[in-house]
Design a protein around this ligand. Structure first.
Ligand SMILES: C[S@@+](CC[C@H](N)C(=O)[O-])C[C@H]1O[C@@H](n2cnc3c(N)ncnc32)[C@H](O)[C@@H]1O
Length: 258
């Protein structure tokens, strides 16, 4: 029997080529507005599920001392290449339970004043328990008063944008077909991806399966509170407006109390 292809292995090699990291550029610009709104002056940041490291690069350009964490060695290899010479520590670790130790005292957890997590990353958590455990892990890595900013797909996004949808594009050297479906019982969507990448004169095919789950707004907020956070903002992503029933992406701004 063939093994289900693991996500973010070969996809890592074409992720930026497809422009998939454009979202994280948009999120760093939006985060900058969030910093101004809440008078946040981050100095040491951790980008969770950092992928190919584009958001880290942008935050580092803003003067924030960044670190990154991701569960995919292939995505981290791309990030390492992009961030070469910038002294950014990159950690190969998995959510929901992760621990980064202090370099100077290995008995202590390293703490940051900003943790971010962008795009569909948290939608890969399989259930509410994993979501809450992840929030607890983030909380432990924040200094008192530190901030956690993330965005996520809503159930509405998976239902309307994903269910029975096929996304396809053909470029000169890269083509892809993504077939999606949605299970309303589990609030989860499955995306079966097929890529063709031109290598010399030949085309190479690879496949990956991605499964995302979405959580309603109250579940996200109460999980944040249960982890110890104060929810300072909960928005229609890229704006400072409240989410509505037809919102496809939310952004949460949470603070570890002083
Ligand atoms: C949609 S990509 C987003 C990457 C990056 N944040 C961006 O905006 O371009 C999702 C990322 O989450 C990572 N990821 C998914 N589940 C994870 C988990 N349980 N632990 C660590 N990383 C995970 C994947 O390896 C991948 O790099």
């Amino acid at each position: 029997m063939s093994k289900t292809p693991t996500p973010y292995q070969r996809f890592a090699t074409v992720y930026d080529l497809m422009g998939a990291d454009d979202h994280s550029i948009k999120m760093t610009e939006y985060s900058h507005k969030i910093f101004r709104k809440f008078k946040i002056k981050p100095t040491i940041g951790l980008e969770l599920c950092c992928g190919t490291g584009t958001a880290i690069e942008k935050f580092a350009d803003m003067g924030i001392l960044m670190s990154g964490l991701d569960g995919s060695a292939a995505m981290l290899a791309r990030a390492a290449k992009k961030l070469r010479g910038r002294g950014v520590p990159l950690y190969h670790k998995q959510l929901p339970k992760f621990k980064i130790l202090d370099q100077n005292d290995s008995r202590r957890t390293r703490r940051f004043d900003l943790v971010t997590c962008f795009y569909d990353s948290l939608n890969y958590l399989k259930n509410r328990r994993e979501l809450q455990t992840s929030f607890r892990s983030v909380f432990r890595h924040l200094q008192p008063g530190g901030w956690f900013i993330f965005d996520m797909n809503t159930p509405e996004a998976l239902k309307i944008l994903w269910d029975e949808q096929v996304f396809a594009e053909a470029r000169d050297d890269l083509a892809w077909i993504w077939k999606n479906d949605y299970n309303p019982k589990t609030c989860s969507a499955r995306c079966s991806t097929t890529f063709f990448e031109k290598k010399g004169k030949a085309w190479e095919r690879f496949d990956e399966v991605h499964v995302e789950r979405a959580y309603d707004n109250e579940a996200i907020k109460s999980s944040l509170r249960a982890a110890g956070f104060v929810v300072k903002g909960f928005y229609r992503c890229y704006s400072f407006h409240r989410p509505t029933k037809s919102t496809y992406r939310i952004c949460a701004v949470a603070q570890r109390p002083e």
